[in-house]
Ligand binder design. Structure first.
Ligand SMILES: [Zn+2]
Ligand SMILES: [Zn+2]
Length: 102
């Protein structure tokens, strides 16, 4: 979710909520590690609930939605010799099922 989506969801429960309030709340939740930021190239900041579980994302070009993808692939083989691999980012992209022609 991005802050605008959070705002539109939260407005169901809290009328009169402003985007500035949402940004402030989101910032606090990130500091408390309840939310994590997800970086998607070409997309504004995206947040999701921290599940403390390693996973990746699928970005749909058609609807600009980001989906969480469980599991991972082995990337050890890509690491140059004598390099220490500490983390990695993988972003899958394409079209989600909702954007595929039926
Ligand atoms: Zn889509
Ligand atoms: Zn991974």
């Amino acid at each position: 979710m991005n802050p605008l989506e959070i705002l539109s969801l939260a407005q169901y429960s809290f009328s009169g909520l402003s985007l500035a309030t949402v940004y402030r709340a989101v910032k606090e939740l990130v500091e408390e590690k309840w939310l994590i930021t997800v970086e998607v190239p070409g997309l504004s900041l995206y947040y999701e609930i921290n599940r403390h579980k390693h996973h990746h994302h699928f970005y749909c070009y058609a609807c600009s939605k980001v989906f969480e993808v469980d599991g991972c692939v082995s990337v050890e083989g890509l690491t140059p010799k004598d390099f220490l691999l500490e983390s990695h980012e993988i972003l899958l992209s394409g079209k989600c099922s909702g954007c595929m022609p039926r």
